[in-house]
Design a protein around this ligand. Sequence first.
Ligand code: WT7
Length: 657
Amino acid sequence: MAAEAELSALLTESRRFPPPADFARDSNAQPEIYERAHLDRLKFWSEQASRLKWDEPWDQVLDWQAPFARWFVGGKLNASVNCVDRHVEAGNGERIAYHWIGEPEGETRDISYAQLKDMVCQAANALTELGVAKGDRVAIYMPMIPETVVAMLACARIGAPHTVVFAGFSADALRNRIIDCDARLVITADGGFRRGTATALKPAVDNAVAGLDGVRNVLVVRRTGQPVDWDDARDRWWHDVVAGQSTEHTAPAHDSEHPLYVMYTSGTTAKPKGILHTTGGYLTHVSATHRLVFDIKPESDVFWTAADIGWVTGHSYIVYGPLANGTTSVLYEGTPDAGGRDRWWRIVEEKQVSILYTAPTTIRTFMKWGEQFPGAHDLSSLRLLGSVGEPINPEAWIWYRKHIGGDRCPVVDTWWQTETGGIMITPLPGITATKPGSAMTAFPGISVDVLDNGGKPVDNGGGGVLVVTEPWPGMLRGIWGDDERYRQTYWSRFDELYFAGDGAKRDVDGDIWLLGRVDDVMNVSGHRISTTEVESALVSHPSVAEAAVVGATDAITGQGIVAFVTVKGDAALDSKAGEQLIADLREHVAEQIGKIARPRQILLTPELPKTRSGKIMRRLLRDVAEHRELGDVTTLADPTVVNMIDEMMATTTHPEE
Ligand code: WT7
C-alpha cells in the first residue's frame, strides 16, 4: 500500500488498536470496573479514597448542593503525609521519588522518599517559623527543581494553600495573582536554566511584590548563583531558613474539604480565574486516575510527565498523583532540545522511563525534527504513552505510537482541565481498543455527555458541547473569592450540568472526540490563553486604539495568536515605524502577561470589521488569519473593511510563521 493510502486507512474513525495481551492480563483496571462504577458511583469513589491514609474516616461520601460539592464529608487527612511519610512508614523510604535532571548536562539528583520526607518536614518547620499559619496563602514562582515540589508539599502539610505561578508569566501576571489570593509569602529562586542560559526570576518577584504589605517574606532558593537585589527586612535565603530545621514535623490532620491549592487559568474575560481545589476528593481523583490510566506499578515503573509544575498537569501528575501512589518519577528542568534534539530520548534510555505523558504540540515538534532523534536511542523501556492538553491529530498519534512507542505501547489521549483536577475522558490501556485522535470514554465513576444547542444529548454521529453530568471528587470547589462567577461560567448554560467550554462529537460507536474550545479561549501549545486578556494587554499600550485577537490554526502549536490592531490618531505609519510598533507590542504583551501570550502575528489595520451594532466580527478575522474563503459578510457595517484586511494579510509574512 502507498504510504498515504496506508495512513488514511489507519485514520478512519473505526480503526482500533486493541490493548496488547500483557496489558489486558496484568492491568490494574479490568473490564468489570466500568460496570462496577456505573452501578454504584459513590461506592466506587469511596473504594478509591480508601486507598489513601485518613486520620479520621468520612461520614458522608458526597454532599451535593449544586453547584457546590463536598466530598468525603467529615474525613480528615494530610496530603503531604499521603504523598511522602506513608511510603517511608511502609518500608519504601529507599525508593526514588524523583530522578531530577537539571538542564545543564550531567547535573542530576536522585531523591528518595526518605530524603523527600526530611526535606518536606524541614520546609514545613521553616514556613511555621516564618509565621505562615494554616489557611494563609503562599505563592510559588519557581523553576523545575526539587525544592518546588518540597515547597508545595510543605504548604499542604501545614494547610497553607499554595498558588504556583508558571515561571514564564510576567511580573505583572504574578502580582495580579498574589493580590487576588492575598498571599503572605512568595517562594522563588534566583533564577533557572533555559536553553543553556541562566534566566532570572527574583527581579520579577521584586517587581511583583513592590508595595504589597500583605507579602511579609520572600523565600529564595539559590539555583543559578546569579547576583540578586536583596531586601533585608523581607527576603530570606532558603538555605538559611530551611537547612537548619528539624527533619521531624508532626503533620496535622486537615478537613477533607480544606483548600489545597489555587491555580489560575484564563477564561473569557481579561481576569484569570483562581480555580480552587481541596484535599480529600482531589487526592482521591488524581491518585485513582494516575494508578488506573497509567497502569502504575510503583515497584518497577519510571513515570515521566513532561510538563511544567506551574500548570495543573504538573500538580496532578508530577506531584500529587505519582507521589500518592509511591511512584518513581522523572523531573526534568529544561527544554526538549537543551543539549541536542535527542535530549528526551537520552533521558528515557538512561532512566529507563516506562511511561511518558506529554502534549501533542511537543509530539508535533518531534515529528518536525525527524524520527532519527528518537531512532538513535533504545526506547524499549517504554510501555505506555499519554497525551494531554489539546486535541491530538491522528497523524501525530500514529507517529507517537510508532516512533516513540515502537508500535508496542498503547497511547492514552486524556481529556481534562484545570477545573476538573484530574483526568475525565480517557482510554484505559488494558481495556480500551483505542482510535487515533479520540479520547474515547469517560473514566469509571465519571459521567459526561455531548449536548446540542438546545441541551439535548446528541445521537451517535452527532456533535455539540461537552458537559459533565454528575459531580466528581476532583472537581473545582469554586473560583477563589467569586462564587457568582463560578455559577455563571460553568453552571448557567445548562441546569445543574457542568459546562466545560469544549466542543465534542460522538462517533458512530458513541466514542468521544474533543474538538477544541467553543469560547474565546485559545489553546497555544497546550496552554490556555484568553483572547480578551491579550486584547486588553494590547489596548493598554498608549499607541493602540482597538485590538481584536483570534486563535489561528497552527501546525505545531495547535493554535497561534493573531492580533489585528488599530492605532490611535490618524497618522499613517510608514513601514519602518509600523515594524517598530509591532515589535513593541509583542514585547508589551510579554510584559503584561508573559512570553507565552506574545502574538505570532500582529497586523496594523486602519479599521476592524464590525457589525452594524459595533461588535467586532472575530469569526471573519479567524477566516482571514487562516487564509480561508471569507464567510458571510452581509451583517457588516462596512464589508470593504474585511476585504482590505484580507488583502493586507495575504501580502504580509511574518518571520515566525
Ligand atoms: C483545555 C483545558 C488538562 C491539563 C492541561 C490543560 C483542552 C485538554 C485535551 C485532550 C482535546 C484537550 C480542552 C480543555 N484539552 N486535554 N486530550 N483533547 N483537548 O489544562 O489549561 O485547563 O486547559 O485543554 O480544550 O478545555 P487547561
